[in-house]
Design a protein around this ligand. Structure first.
Ligand code: FMN
Ligand code: SF4
Length: 413
């Protein structure tokens, strides 16, 4: 941390360890409410903001957990004036956290966009979100309140892959919003060929708080290696809630695992974890990594004992196969076949040879697409085949042990 940074953020903030941090917690926060809570953004240089975000140890909340400051430095050192895109596409059907954040605390996200733009020297700033009526109304009103006409609102496609960073760049550049081949990575050449920061809106909200209160405040919660809090979409009882939790919180404190057989962690590109393993895991990359999972974008779905993991997984695989952009071999040839056989398995029509094919295809599609959609899809499949192995065998024999056939995971299109 530079001396400028430490001087500026020497003061402590009342209630610094209280939750929630990025969620408004008290309904929708308008500009007067936001200013009453946080005040104006401090007048700090871009390089001091960058140092502060680095010292805070903030990492991306859009799924991959990439160190935020490293990305900001790459964009800041790129050729030409940069572009910042706040990514609120939230294509994941099991996630609602970006929608809740954006519609209840829009000014914190807009502060974050402003902080990122200053840190990377951006001359164009965009918020990219699904154009549902509520989001558009709230964002339009928030921008009017700020009298800010520099932030462009651009509509995201309603599709699982819409939020993949190169798809975001494609859409903002006026294209159809499909993922592009890499390299170049978007931080090198993104929107209109300019260095582009695509950042999840929750990450931007945390960055805004770092700008307001400093890295020491940010690190007061979380673990040394994974500081801060994160937003979660917690499923249970066939409903969902969005919550903010300290990183490192035991999973049993977040969701009811009493009647669960397994837990899907990280969403449709996530991993099934047996309930026993989940009961001793914590919300962190380190702890979840030990059971083969990552927090992803914070989706946690307990699967009750009466439901069937093979059927739930097949429904999601069919959905994911249909969501591909159909541009690359693994998505054109691999995912539809995987979905078809997974569905046959769920319906008790698959053979041991089909199961062997599923496992083989899972290996074949990995790391072969222009984006990580095939990899994420087979991560779900592979964990299901492992965690639900006894149920897979039952399905091969034409049986299913589910007592409750109501869907847990939505195969919405
Ligand atoms: C298929 C696919 C879909 C994605 N969808 C989203 C999304 O809806 N929102 C999001 O923030 N990131 C999404 N990502 C991750 C983005 O590519 C990118 O890593 C992220 O926006 C970067 O922000 P962060 O560093 O703040 O996490 C997706 C990635 C993949 C592979
Ligand atoms: S891997 Fe699939 S989803 Fe990704 S760009 Fe290629 S076809 Fe589209």
């Amino acid at each position: 941390m530079t001396s400028t940074t430490s001087r500026h953020w020497a003061q402590t903030v009342p209630g610094s360890t209280a939750l929630p941090r990025v969620l408004a917690g008290d309904g929708r926060r308008d500009l007067p409410g936001h200013l009453a809570r946080h005040g104006q953004l401090p007048d700090v240089s871009g390089s001091a903001l960058l140092d502060a975000v680095e010292a805070a140890g903030l990492s991306g909340r859009g799924g991959a957990g990439f160190p935020t400051a490293r990305k900001w430095r790459a964009v800041a050192s790129g050729a030409g004036p940069a572009v910042v895109v706040g990514n609120a596409a939230e294509g994941e059907p099991a996630s609602s956290k970006d929608h809740v954040l954006l519609t209840t605390n829009p000014h914190l996200v807009l502060d974050g966009v402003q902080v990122a733009a200053r840190a990377v020297g951006a001359t164009r700033v965009v918020l990219y979100a699904e154009p549902d009526a509520e989001t558009w109304a709230v964002l339009g009103e928030a921008l009017r309140e700020r009298e800010d006409d520099r932030v462009e609102l651009i509509a995201a496609r309603h599709a699982f892959i819409a939020g993949e960073e190169s798809a975001v760049v494609d859409a903002v550049s006026g294209g159809p919003g499909l993922p592009r081949a890499k390299p170049p990575r978007v931080f090198e050449r993104g929107v209109d060929g300019r260095p582009t920061l695509v950042q999840n809106v929750e990450t931007l909200a945390h960055a805004a708080l770092v700008a307001h209160y400093g890295p020491g405040w940010f690190r007061a919660l979380g673990t040394d290696d994974e500081p801060g809090t994160m937003l979660l979409t917690l499923h249970g009882g066939r409903g969902r809630t969005v919550a903010e939790a300290e990183i490192g919180t035991p999973l049993v404190d977040l969701v009811d695992l009493a009647g669960a057989q397994a837990v899907l962690i990280g969403g449709y590109h996530g991993t099934w974890v047996p309930a026993d393993a989940a009961r001793s895991a914590r919300l962190s990359r380190a702890s979840l990594g030990a059971v083969g999972a990552t927090p992803g974008a914070g989706v946690v779905v307990p699967l009750p004992r009466g439901s069937c993991g093979v059927v739930e997984t097949a429904r999601v695989l069919v959905y994911l196969a249909a969501q591909s952009a159909g541009q690359c071999g693994p998505c054109l040839n691999g995912l539809p076949r995987i979905a078809l056989v997974a569905e046959a398995l769920a319906e008790g029509r698959a053979t041991p040879r089909d199961l062997a094919d599923l496992r083989r295809w899972a290996g074949l599609v990995q790391r072969r697409g222009a984006c990580a959609h095939p990899d994420g899809t087979v991560r779900l499949l592979t964990s299901a085949l492992e965690v639900f192995e006894p149920e897979v065998q039952r399905h091969l024999a034409g049986r299913c042990s589910a007592r409750d056939h109501r869907p847990i995971l939505d195969g919405r299109s």
